[in-house]
Design a protein around this ligand. Structure first.
Ligand SMILES: *Cc1c(COP(=O)(O)O)cnc(C)c1O
Length: 323
């Protein structure tokens, strides 16, 4: 199978046109002042469903042929990916089944049901739910839509990179939240293909950074999953990782790991200075700039990836807590 290229990203963009929003790129006065170079926020928190995940999910589902579509799609995510799959499937008239464990709180279950997906509650862990999703895919031919390690998902996320370079052709440094690496791989592929001089910064949290550990080890490794404010960055990269580890290794210039206090600081700054309500994962790029981790060089773009934060938790952070 050939490596993903810019061509795949343009095909993805055409395929998801009308299904996702073209999000704004806005100058941050406060961060520009602080760094002494123009700093822009790519506001993917304003994407439909509240995160960029809709791009990849829409591309993966829209790429299915009519026969595959008639058998439906399945996933096991409780978070932004599950939400995106449910929304994209509804838009395309495809039946979606989302498996959740008994541990998932009622409000999250209801949120996914409200998007029109069939919710199946099985087992006591995310692993149980994942297993059930795989079983449905095998038994009934439903298409499993993985959260990051999938060509169409990566290409869909890459459309965000195409937008950045069109909105700011002189962009010099880009900060990208990094977990499973679908977002990073897609966006960095777009940027480096068009201008290899752009420097890419992946940002993860210190607590459970599986991609960082895997890059260090030279192969996919598991890390203990710890609670973090950047919950959307939690989880492993898959021991049978096919795409995102190799792409991240090839396209990443710098990787920064943030402590919880910095992530909280990023969320507070976003709220107080930019009037943005962000989840922890969405604020890590801002946090890295506030921590002085990126030496200013030229115009900076920060990918602000999502806003789906529990309101009580957000309030605690704004009031000065970091957990
Ligand atoms: C999923 C997610 C990420 C990380 O994306 P990966 O493709 O797993 O690296 C970052 N921010 C938000 C808000 C997310 O939902």
């Amino acid at each position: 199978m050939s490596a993903l290229s810019l061509h795949d990203l343009y095909i993805a963009r055409q395929r998801i046109q009308g299904l996702v929003r073209h999000t704004p790129l806005e100058l941050s006065a406060s961060l520009s002042r602080r760094l002494g170079v123009p700093v822009y926020l790519k506001l993917e928190a304003l994407q439909t469903t509240g995160s960029f995940k809709l791009r990849g999910a829409s591309n993966a589902i829209a790429a299915l042929d009519p026969q595959q579509r008639s058998r439906g799609v399945v996933t096991a995510s409780t978070g932004n990916h599950g939400r995106a799959v449910a929304h994209a499937a509804a838009q395309l008239g495809v039946k979606a089944t989302v498996f959740l464990s008994h541990l998932v709180p009622d409000n999250k279950v209801q949120a996914i049901r409200d998007l029109g997906a069939q919710v199946c509650i099985v087992g006591q862990s995310q692993d149980d739910a994942q297993h059930a999703a795989q079983q449905l895919a095998e038994d009934h031919g439903a298409a499993l839509i993985p959260p990051f390690d999938h060509r169409h998902v990566i290409a869909g996320q890459g459309t965000l990179g195409l937008e950045i370079i069109e909105q700011l052709p002189e962009v010099d440094q880009v900060l990208i939240p990094l977990s499973g690496g679908g977002l990073f791989a897609g966006v960095a592929l777009a940027l480096k293909s068009i201008n290899p001089a752009i420097s890419t910064h992946g940002i993860s949290m210190q607590r459970g950074a599986a991609m960082h550990a895997s890059l260090q080890a030279g192969c996919p490794v598991e890390v203990e999953e710890l609670t973090t404010l950047a919950d959307s960055l939690g989880g492993g990269i898959g021991l049978d990782n096919q795409h995102t580890l190799a792409m991240t290794r090839r396209l990443l210039d710098h990787l920064h790991l943030l402590p919880e206090a910095s992530i909280a600081n990023g969320m507070r700054h976003a709220y107080q200075q930019e009037r943005l309500v962000l989840e922890g994962a969405g604020a890590v790029g801002i946090a890295a700039l506030l921590d002085g981790l990126v030496a200013p060089r030229g115009p900076v773009v920060v990918v602000v990836s999502g806003r789906n934060v529990d309101s009580a938790q957000h309030q605690r952070v704004i009031n000065g807590g970091d957990a």
